[in-house]
Design a binder for this molecule. Structure first.
Ligand code: GDP
Ligand code: GDP
Length: 463
């Protein structure tokens, strides 16, 4: 699994030119098809020995009711959500414009990793612009010329450490975070433990599951009307893959994989979509609803997508559909819970909700579980509370001492949210038993009440 880079910046700075240079002809199939989302292009990029996914936010020329500014902002925020790293691109000949400041502000607030590129830097006329770019506080600008292919080695050098970190993350059993410890924790101390909802945008939900699990029925029910989701008939075209809705007062966007497949039947060329739609849905989502069919729950395909969602760090809610068909509800529920724990131990603590998409029963509980999982996914726990907690955990169960060597756990802090990620400074990170790591993760989950979200815990060496 490599990483995803979003190209961000106002129109005309050269995003598409760079995208084309990085991607060549390896463009994702979906994007050139009319009627499928056109606003974010995605492609497989190559830069030297690096391979990654690149997202281009330059699809702004389409006419919509929305203002250009609003649309740019929304696209950028979405790209930031989808990407591991953002490359913020300026036109060095123009210097830093007020519109650039707007983007810089979004990125500073929302993106975990931002790199800054000063494009069109092939001539001396751009020197002043490059220096202005230093003032954005987003690190040193990388001078590039997308059109002439200059500065690509510097871009490569800037991406390299991130690529390594993401590769490490993918390799490790318990995925590793790549985020540096904050130098100063004061900021964190002030924050209380109440769930913090950073929802400047609609909550992004994907409903995934086997064909016929009931995804379309569920989404229709949530939309509150029986109108067909897809189809060539006039009046019911639905081009967008993600549907903006307000469900019980919560603004959401629901990523509709069922609709994608049905569309694919219409447009044969899009057949490949059904292979990758699950992955795309998971990448898009903050919360993934794994929809099971009560008659055939926990099929291989269900397990795979649930596991993928966990590995990608998404909040997960498991919903068992067609509950109306079940006579022996209580016995069935016990069996489902048992199977869930056995087959998906990595999702321990994720909510299991029984629903009937057909009758609408259980949908309120599903809504609440989604909102709660999202809150937990965004949770930030103050460092002082964490260390207090760790002291208690160590007293209750000190870490085992391999070959008589005491392992000291010195300090814990949360380095990231979405999903929550923690780092513990310890004397011998490699020697700590996995069972002890699980003890700590389970403790975090239970003591800070964090169901339905992956929790990342890594150990760093400090003597
Ligand atoms: P986007 O709207 O950000 O995707 O920008 P485009 O990629 O469409 O580029 C806008 C214009 O800038 C086009 O005319 C490009 O040819 C030009 N352009 C892109 N990169 C460079 C560059 O490195 N140097 C120069 N001089 N022009 C460039
Ligand atoms: P999708 O392929 O996942 O989008 O599944 P659909 O929404 O097309 O549903 C597949 C079949 O299951 C249809 O015949 C639906 O009527 C049926 N179905 C969906 N939800 C329920 C439910 O809650 N109860 C019952 N009894 N049938 C359902």
């Amino acid at each position: 699994m490599s990483f995803t880079l979003a190209l961000v910046g106002r129109p005309n700075v050269g995003k598409s030119t760079l995208f084309n240079r990085l991607v060549g002809k390896r463009l994702a199939l979906v994007d050139d098809q009319p009627g499928v989302t056109r606003d974010l292009r995605e492609g497989e990029a190559r830069l030297g020995d690096l391979r990654f996914t690149v997202i281009d936010t330059a699809g702004l020329e389409e006419a919509t009711d929305e203002s250009l500014q609003g649309r740019m902002r929304r696209l950028t925020e979405r790209a930031v959500e989808m990407a591991d790293v953002c490359l913020f691109i300026l036109d060095a000949r123009e210097g830093v414009t007020p519109a650039d400041e707007v983007f810089a502000d979004i990125l500073r607030r929302k993106s975990a990793h931002v790199l800054l590129a000063a494009n069109k830097a092939e001539s001396n006329a751009s020197e002043a612009g490059v220096y202005e770019a230093y003032g954005l506080g987003l690190g040193d600008p990388i001078r590039i010329s997308a059109e002439h292919g200059e500065g690509m080695a510097d871009l490569h050098a800037a991406l390299m450490p991130l690529a390594d970190a993401f590769a490490e993350r993918a390799e490790a059993e318990a995925p590793v975070t790549d985020v540096d410890l904050p130098e100063d924790d004061d900021e964190l101390e002030d924050v209380d433990t109440a769930p913090r909802i950073t929802r400047a945008h609609p909550l992004q939900v994907a409903v995934v599951g086997r064909p016929n699990a009931g995804k379309s029925t569920l989404i229709n029910k949530i939309l509150g009307e029986d109108r067909l989701l897809t189809g060539p008939e006039a009046g019911i075209t639905r081009d967008a893959i993600s549907l903006p809705i307000e469900w019980n007062g919560t603004p959401m966007r629901i990523f509709d994989t069922a609709g994608m497949r049905k569309k694919a039947k219409v447009q044969e060329k899009l057949e490949k979509l059904s292979v990758s739609d699950g992955l795309r849905a998971v990448k898009f989502a903050e919360v993934v609803v794994v929809l099971l069919d009560v008659e055939i729950p926990f099929e291989q395909q269900d397990l795979r997508i649930a596991d993928l969602a966990e590995r990608e760090g998404r909040a997960v809610v498991v919903a068992v559909n067609k509950w109306d068909l079940e006579d022996e509800k209580q016995g069935k529920l016990a069996g489902l819970k048992e199977a869930f724990e056995r087959l998906l131990p990595q999702l321990k603590g994720a909510p299991l909700i029984t629903v009937s998409a057909k009758t609408g029963r259980g949908l309120d509980r599903l809504h609440d579980a989604i909102v709660r999982a999202h809150e937990v996914w965004n949770r930030r726990i103050p460092t002082a509370k964490l260390n207090q907690w760790m002291t208690g955990m160590l007293e209750a169960h000190p870490p085992p001492a391999p070959q008589g060597k005491r392992i000291k756990l010195r300090y814990i802090t949360q380095v990231k949210t979405r999903p929550p990620a923690f780092v513990i400074m310890t004397s011998f990170p490699d020697k700590l038993a996995d069972s002890y790591k699980r003890y700590l993760v389970n403790g975090l989950r239970e003591d800070f009440d964090m169901p339905g979200t992956p929790i990342r815990l890594t150990f760093r060496s400090q003597a």
